[in-house]
Ligand binder design. Structure first.
Ligand code: COA
Length: 265
């Protein structure tokens, strides 16, 4: 296990799955500025490591995924709009790395998933949550505003009507409601959370990385505003699949009735 941000961010890798842990349980894994930096460093390392096929984000302990930004730093780092601009700069590298991460990301949620923590979970490709999880955006309770990108993500997942309800009331919803409105993919019993996430991560890690890359690029592009869309890299990614050794392996393995062994080339 590798420690970042004085141990408040942890990274480990097993069987093609990179695990990222938000590790500030005494503050319900609230996200401090240095944790954003640590997250960026972990994502860089996992992006460059061909052995990593998929990553899982999770919170330490059973009480929270991430309870939002670390409010105890607000007086110093986010006291007004100027300071907020600085705060954005300090955290933007980590945010951009998460938004542009080239491999699939699964958020494994247990407990509170609030504000910026929900923002992190929404940047993941897939969200699986234990039944005891709670989701909310308390920005209006604190007198701050949820950023454009996060509201866009929220609307793309749940539609404008549920987005307004969450943003205007600032109240929390449970995992069953979160699944009903499309905020998460699946709600599972607390004791099944690890197994379900491992199964999904394994299925992804065993599939052809280039196919998944093309799928990720395409879905990302489709949920972007029209003006920001770009088909070129998608077409190149699709062509790369058809020209790949993995495609040959996939065909051969099917004919030979054995599992495929893909290597991303
Ligand atoms: N930033 C900093 N500290 C936080 C935090 C956050 N986002 N969320 C929780 N903590 C700290 C609490 O201050 C408390 O510290 P203390 O033990 O020194 O008093 C500790 O974590 C435990 O929190 P507590 O409120 O006692 O636990 P709880 O289980 O009753 O409630 C929450 C948990 C997450 C519902 C509640 O702490 C909360 O509402 N946090 C703020 C969430 C928020 O507004 N997030 C958006 C920020 S943009």
């Amino acid at each position: 296990m590798t420690r970042y941000a004085d141990g408040r961010m942890l990274a480990e890798m097993e069987d093609g799955v990179g695990l990222v842990t938000f590790n500030q349980p005494e503050k319900r894994n609230a996200m401090s500025v240095d944790m954003w930096e640590g997250l960026g460093q972990i994502l860089d390392a996992f992006a460059d490591d061909d052995r990593v096929r998929v990553i899982v984000l999770t919170g330490a302990g059973s009480k929270a995924f991430v309870s939002g930004a670390d409010i105890s730093q607000f007086e110093k780092t986010r006291a007004d709009s100027n300071a907020q601009g600085e705060y954005d700069k300090l955290t933007s590298a980590g945010r951009a790395k998460l938004a542009d991460f080239p491999k699939p990301v699964i958020a494994r949620v247990r407990g509170y998933c609030l504000g910026g923590g929900l923002g992190i979970a929404m940047q993941a490709d897939i969200r699986i949550a234990a039944v005891d999880s709670e989701f909310g955006i308390p920005a209006a309770r604190l007198g701050i505003a949820y950023g454009y990108e996060m509201v866009r993500k929220l609307v793309s997942l749940v539609g404008p009507s549920h987005a307004r309800m969450m943003l205007y009331t600032g109240t929390r919803i449970n995992a069953t409601e979160a699944e009903r409105i499309g905020l998460i993919n699946r709600v599972v019993a607390d004791e099944d959370l690890t197994d379900v996430v491992v199964d999904i991560a394994r299925a992804i890690a065993d599939n052809a990385p280039l196919s998944i890359r093309a799928a990720k690029l395409t879905v990302d592009d489709l949920v972007r505003p029209d003006r920001d869309r770009n088909r070129e890299p998608i077409e190149a990614a699709v062509a790369a699949c058809f020209d790949s050794a993995d495609y040959r392996e996939g065909r051969t393995a099917f004919m030979e009735k054995r599992p495929s062994r893909f290597n991303g080339r």
